[in-house]
Write a protein that binds this ligand. Structure first.
Ligand SMILES: [Zn+2]
Length: 242
């Protein structure tokens, strides 16, 4: 069962960014708790662990030590931004990462921007930076900066429950997409796959929960193999031609 580690930034005596009547530590805790609830409520076989589920101070090393000990498969650190300007959403990975981390980062960023589409949020882009949470986490890790606390137009959005919902949905959809999670009681995630085997196009390829499925006979015969089908035992046998 995949384990997702959600790290709400700051907490306790560390408020994070403040402004426009908002404390970053409160906004990110609310987002994180809602992400955990929705992921576990709507998807099969996923467990969400958190660095904190209340207003408590934690050192960065306490967060990554706990996440590394937990055996979590991915880590998402949730923050809000500050520094003025025009505001917007941006996300980070470490400066040198695996392709799995790039996949997680791209899925999260794309799904969050898609969910934010109705709210006119500036896309500041997919970025890499040498940050403790990204460098010291042993699993693929991404940090999201969910709008600017100190930019009035962004702060107003963070006070809008529809924008909070969109941020939650974007994180949930990105994590589910990356891990290939199955919706509870629903059909598996399915998409069309283009498959070229031995220079031939194989029709009717499908991606089901992150795995590519193709009609066996078409694939085997493309390489010159033979397929025998026993309908009684539902067994396909692939052999090299003699
Ligand atoms: Zn922060």
């Amino acid at each position: 069962m995949p384990i997702v580690w959600i790290d709400p930034g700051h907490g306790g005596r560390d408020s994070g960014a403040t402004g426009n009547g908002l404390l970053e530590k409160d906004v990110v805790l609310a987002l994180s708790v809602a992400i955990k609830r929705k992921l576990e409520a709507e998807y099969d076989g996923v467990q969400v662990l958190m660095s904190r589920d209340r207003d408590v101070f934690l050192e960065l090393s306490e967060r990554t030590n706990a996440a590394n000990r937990s055996g979590a498969d991915i880590l998402v650190s949730i923050h809000c931004n500050a520094g003025g300007g025009n505001g917007g959403f941006e996300s980070f990975r470490y400066t040198s990462v695996s392709s799995t981390t790039v996949n997680l980062h791209d899925a999260l960023h794309a799904e969050i921007m898609k969910a934010l589409a109705p709210f006119n949020v500036i896309d500041r882009g997919v970025k890499s930076q040498n940050l403790h949470m990204l460098r010291e986490s042993r699993m693929p890790a991404v940090l999201t900066e969910n709008l600017f606390i100190d930019v009035a137009s962004d702060a107003n959005k963070l006070k809008n429950p529809d924008v909070i919902n969109a941020l939650v949905n974007g994180h949930v959809n990105g994590i589910a997409r990356h891990l290939g999670l199955t919706r509870k009681g629903g059909t598996p995630q399915m998409d069309k796959a283009n498959v070229i085997a031995y220079g031939k196009e194989i029709q009717n390829g499908l991606i089901i929960n992150n795995t590519v499925y193709v009609p066996l006979r078409a694939l085997a015969e493309a390489s010159g193999d033979r397929v025998a089908w026993d309908n009684q035992t539902k067994t396909a046998t692939v052999t090299k031609p003699q």
